[in-house]
Design a protein around this ligand. Sequence first.
Ligand code: B1M
Length: 211
Amino acid sequence: MEAIINNIYQGILEGDREAVTAAVQEAINAKMTAEKILKEGMMAAMGEVGRLFEEGEYFVPELLIAARAMQGGMGLLKPMLVAEDIEPVGRIVIGTVKGDLHDIGKNLVGMMLEGAGFEVTDLGSDVDAQKFVDAVKSTNAQVVGMSALLTTTMSNMPSTIEALKAAGLRDKVKVMVGGAPLTKAYADQIGADGYAPDASQAAKLALSLVS
Ligand code: B1M
């Protein structure tokens, strides 16, 4: 049993999608619960991947292939998580703000959030304020995550926060922001609840916002 979990863990660290998918299938065949596979195999590995990234041992490409390897296993696990009624650690809506088509960093953030146990609703890029508001309502999300890569589109973050306020949702949902031109000072200035400089810290921040 522990050897299978170890194969999932190692497969994610090595970014070996085929190995992870095969080990998750083996774990399912061995009647392991989806919760055990997720927490002890996948989430534990993604936590370690985040640590290695923060320590400068892994870079964005390693992060991406580890996250893709995890997603290979997630495809098999998702129906089981639903069947076992496993509650996600939280629900989060993410998107790149209106006018902005950069989505590589946001996708990475989404994968790290999934790895941390979140149910992620990804609205894509060029997302207007109303779409964020509608998604928060329909998914009952506790967190909204906005990404921007352009200095010209950052200003669509405060307007989304205003739209959440106007819809009466601002006290129900935490707002986190990120993207290359962003800073903690800007996040504070626009009244966001948090800022993360990279995907690994985004997952930690989201966990702290729902705890
Ligand atoms: Co564009 N682009 N781009 N671009 N592009 C930048 C951002 C730019 C800095 C390049 C430059 O001039 N040096 C510049 C912005 C300058 C500025 O605003 N001051 C720029 C420009 C100007 C433009 C266009 C206007 C160019 C033009 O058409 N004249 C145009 C705009 C299009 C639009 O959006 N409307 C444009 C277009 C494009 C492409 C479509 C060609 C392509 C995007 C493809 C895609 O995303 N599908 C592209 C790319 C690839 C880049 C660069 C080269 C790389 C961005 C990237 O993916 N980085 C970029 C230059 C650069 O950054 N060196 C550039 C890798 C990614 C993993 O990092 O996105 O920073 P990043 O995400 C990190 C963190 O920021 C953080 O975590 C991630 C992972 O660790 N993070 C979050 C991100 N979102 C977060 C959310 C969070 C928390 C953390 O919480 C919710």
